[in-house]
Design a binder for this molecule. Structure first.
Ligand SMILES: [Zn+2]
Length: 309
């Protein structure tokens, strides 16, 4: 049996884990729910149980380690999460070391969008490049930057919080303390808020707004145009900063690509000399909600490759 690693995607309600071979082949997976009501030890118990159930199935193979993607700001040196709205009991809890001690294998903690970006680099839309940026469009907007094949961390581990780039001065207030963050103007939640403001219907989901756009509702189309403009402003800045070859987006909102991408492209063309003069690609990510599992599993694999060379 081949060497493998285990990737974990820890969300506020769901816990997903996968055993992935060092070659990138998905071997097996498991799911559980995240119980946050009984404190951090209980969450650690659940994660360890998930990882052990996979490890038991591959008892004859060598485990390279485990990677855990979590929503929130990470302090890499300490191995804990700060400022996570989805996992409040885990804030400032030494989750990496607690899991490592229980498992007896090396454990890596990573922001979930960073992990997704690494997953796309390893086995997804970014396989042919060494440098890329990923924006995950969901209830918020997550970001990951891959530089020379590795996650860009910054000096603490909080780099690439791309959802909090300001795109509207004095725009909508954000939980981070800022106003006008791109995630408040271009996420699925932002689309729903705009539909509410325009009184398009009662409690419409982003999918409902998309269906209205398809049906020809001009105000729904205007919402996606606004969203595309805001995303475009953010992406133009990223292109101007990084001059990377590839900018990826993921999330259910991509279904509305044809309604937001033209406005996005207009902004990027206008605002970025680099974009107009290079073969820069802006594309859909390929791995969907599995990207984080691939990236988390790749962390121990990549660490070994570095040690060996
Ligand atoms: Zn913000």
């Amino acid at each position: 049996m081949p060497e493998y690693a285990i990737g974990v995607d820890l969300g506020g309600t769901n816990l997903k884990a996968a055993a992935i071979a060092s070659s990138g082949e998905m071997l097996d997976r498991t799911n559980a729910t995240t119980d946050l009501t009984e404190g951090p030890e209980r969450v650690v118990d659940d994660i360890v149980a998930c990882i052990e159930s996979l490890r038991d199935r591959f008892a004859g193979s060598r485990l390279a380690g485990a990677g855990i993607g979590v929503p929130g700001f990470i302090r890499m040196a300490e191995g804990f999460i700060v400022g996570s709205h989805n996992l409040p009991p885990l804030n400032n809890y030494p989750i990496r070391d607690a899991i490592e001690k229980r498992l007896g294998t090396q454990v890596f903690l990573e922001n979930d969008a960073n992990a997704a970006a690494l997953g796309e680099k390893w086995m997804g839309a970014g396989r042919d490049v060494e440098d890329l940026v990923l924006l995950t469009l969901g209830t918020g907007i997550g970001g990951g930057v891959i530089s020379r094949g590795r996650v860009m961390h910054g000096f603490v581990g909080m780099a690439a919080e791309l959802g909090h780039i300001t795109v509207v001065p004095n725009g909508n207030p954000c939980g981070c303390g800022n106003r006008g963050c791109v995630e408040k103007h271009a996420s699925a939640t932002a689309i729903e808020s705009m539909a509410n403001l325009l009184a398009l219907g009662q409690n419409l989901s982003a999918k409902d707004v998309y269906d209205l756009a398809v049906a020809g509702e001009e105000r729904a189309r205007a919402i996606f145009k606004t969203m595309g403009q805001c995303l475009g402003i953010a992406i133009a800045s990223l292109i101007n900063i990084f001059n990377y070859p590839l900018y990826l987006m993921s999330g259910g909102v991509l279904a509305a690509w044809d309604y937001f991408y033209p406005a996005l492209l207009d902004e990027v063309r206008w605002r970025s000399f680099t974009f107009r003069n290079t073969n820069t690609r802006i594309e859909k990510a390929l791995l969907g909600s599995e990207a984080g599992l691939y990236g988390a599993a790749y962390l121990p694999v990549q660490a070994q490759l570095t040690t060996r060379h």
